[in-house]
Design a binder for this molecule. Sequence first.
Ligand code: MRU
Length: 346
Amino acid sequence: MDIRTIEWKKNVIKIIDQTKLPLTFKYVYIKDIKTLWRAIRSMQIRGAPALGAAAGLGVYLAVKDSQAKNFPEFKKELDNAVYYIASSRPTARNLFWALERMVKVARENKDKPISRIKKLIFNEADKIIQEDRAACRKIGYFGAKLIKENNTILTICNAGILATIDYGTALGVIYRASEDGKKIKVFACETRPMLQGARLTSWELNKNNIDVTLITDSMAATLMKAGKIDKVIAGADRIAQNGDSANKIGTYSLAVLCRYHKIPFYIAAPISTFDSKIKTGQDIPIEERKGRELKELFFKQAIAPAQVKVFNPAFDVTPNNLITAIITDKGIIKAPYGKNISRKFR
Ligand code: MRU
């Protein structure tokens, strides 16, 4: 399936509106950063690497028509855009990593004409996109070596084409194993409350002719007990120095279940998802989303009393001791994570 989740097209950001899938495949064209902010917050675009690309292009979108006459003026506009985009969603490291790259490029070229700095900012955003395409394929290459013929893999949320530029991390491993000719099956957890597994993962795996079966999140234990799952592979939104990994809410429960049932549990993520400033998972900021996501069936029909209190964290943290290995674009990382992660960064 040859689609791009996000790209720069005719001077605007073009994204697939993921809130409309699987019913409608529709592009949205983003011309200003307020619209981009809303697209990120409402999850029209989502998934850590795709958010990195959105942040990079977003900064360019914000400054491309700047009339600033000198670098301090330009930098002020840039900082405002960066600060604003950073406030859209807190957990995915890639979003902040991309913003930091944009600021660094501007700062390092501050003596150049503003028109040149704008061009360099665009080049950096484009580089982030190209790097993600390559990183996902490398994750697929390393991860596919772990997959055996006739394996059944369980995944959660969407760590596929729609969460990246065009290949995926956890699903990239599945795509690569399938391209290598291995016969594999996938169980996709529906992923309450926003149903990324049901709406997005089963949609893209179906389109790519991967054998996929949809389950509710609470069915995973039953399948594991029945010996039907060989491996679990999930993506990540942010990985701490010690390997603790934040991903979609429900990932931690899968890792606990894997330990009990002696099933390997893998995280697949690019190096851009690692946060070298955060020591352990305790320090990873976890987004809490609106109660409406739980109380209404996709904002259409009430499924709980309107006045009921809701707890709705979008992510949880899987401690490193439950992770069999982290599949990255720089190879596979195993315990001891602290030592082996810092070695990769060196
Ligand atoms: O809330 P979402 O849909 O943005 O959450 C996305 C995930 O949890 C993904 O698994 C993660 O970003 C990895 S995507 C390659």
